[in-house]
Design a protein around this ligand. Structure first.
Ligand SMILES: *Cc1c(COP(=O)(O)O)cnc(C)c1O
Length: 233
C-alpha cells in the first residue's frame, strides 16, 4: 500500500471514530485533500484512490492543476484571495472558503454574472482573533453574510475558520464550538439566499476535534500528502 493510500485510510478511520463518538453520521463529513505545493502526480494518485475534493490556496497553482486533472474534481479555494484574481477561478471552483470582505464578495458576484455561474462561498471567521490571520471577527460575520446575500450569483453556504496552531488539539475545541454557535445563530435568522449547510474547520492537527464539534468539511494536507517543502529564495 502506498503512503497516500495508507494515510487516507488512517484519516477516514479517525473521522469515523470521531463521528461515532459524537453521534454523527460519517457521511456528513467531507474530506478535502489539501494539495498545495504537491505535484500533479500525487493528486492523480489521490484521485485514483477516490478523492474528488481538492483544496488549493493559490490561484495560479489551482488553475494549472485544474487543467491537467479530470473535470469531475471539486476544487476548493481555501487561501486568501485577491480581487484581481477572482476572474481566473470563478468558473472552476466548487467553493471559495475564504471570503472575508464585502469587496471580495462583490468581485466574485460580478465575475460570476459575467461567466453565467453561481458561486458558493463560505465566510472566513477569525474566531481566535489572531493578528496574523485573515477572516472577519465573530461580530462582523452576520452583517457580512446579510450583505453578501443581496448580491447576484453568489450564495453563502456556511462558515470557515483556521484555528490556531496548538500542541494539544483539544485547545481548539472552544474555537470550533464558537464557529458552530455563530453558524446556528445565522441559521435562525432565516436570511434569503443564505443556506448555511457547511462548517469548514479542522486540519491535520485537529480534525477529529473539529468533527466532534460539527465540521462538515475538514481540510487535510500533511495528513494525506506528507510534509510540505517550500522553496526558499
Ligand atoms: C494548508 C492548509 C490546510 C491544510 O493544512 P495541514 O495542516 O497540512 O492539514 C488547511 N486549511 C488551509 C486554509 C490551509 O491553508
Amino acid at each position: 500500500m502506498s503512503r497516500i493510500e495508507e494515510n487516507l485510510r488512517t484519516v477516514k478511520a479517525r473521522v469515523e471514530q470521531a463521528c461515532e463518538k459524537s453521534g454523527r453520521a460519517a457521511g456528513d463529513v467531507k474530506l478535502i485533500a489539501v494539495s498545495k505545493t504537491k505535484p500533479v502526480s500525487m493528486l492523480r494518485e489521490a484521485y485514483d484512490l477516490g478523492c474528488r475534493d481538492f483544496g488549493e490556496n493559490k490561484v495560479q497553482e489551482l488553475v494549472e492543476k485544474y487543467e491537467q486533472l479530470p473535470k469531475d474534481i471539486r476544487w476548493h479555494m481555501i487561501g486568501h484571495l485577491q480581487r484581481n484574481k477572482v476572474k481566473y477561478i470563478v468558473d472552476k471552483v466548487c467553493m471559495i472558503h475564504s471570503v472575508d470582505s464585502l469587496r471580495l464578495a462583490e468581485e466574485i458576484s460580478r465575475e460570476a454574472v459575467k461567466h453565467n455561474v453561481t458561486v458558493s462561498v463560505l465566510v472566513e471567521v477569525n474566531v481566535a482573533g489572531e493578528e496574523s490571520k485573515f477572516g472577519v471577527t465573530a461580530q462582523e460575520t452576520l452583517p457580512l453574510v446579510e450583505q453578501i446575500a443581496k448580491l447576484p450569483n453568489i450564495v453563502v453556504k456556511g462558515l470557515m475558520t483556521i484555528a490556531p496552531y496548538v500542541e494539544n488539539p483539544s485547545e481548539n475545541r472552544l474555537y470550533f464550538e464558537k464557529l458552530k454557535q455563530i453558524y446556528v445563530d445565522i441559521i435562525q435568522k432565516n436570511i434569503d439566499n443564505v443556506s448555511m449547510e457547511e462548517l469548514s474547520m479542522g486540519m491535520t492537527g485537529d480534525y477529529e476535534v473539529a468533527v466532534e464539534e460539527g465540521a462538515t468539511y475538514i481540510r487535510v494536507g500533511t495528513g494525506i500528502f506528507g510534509e510540505r517543502h517550500y522553496l526558499t529564495v
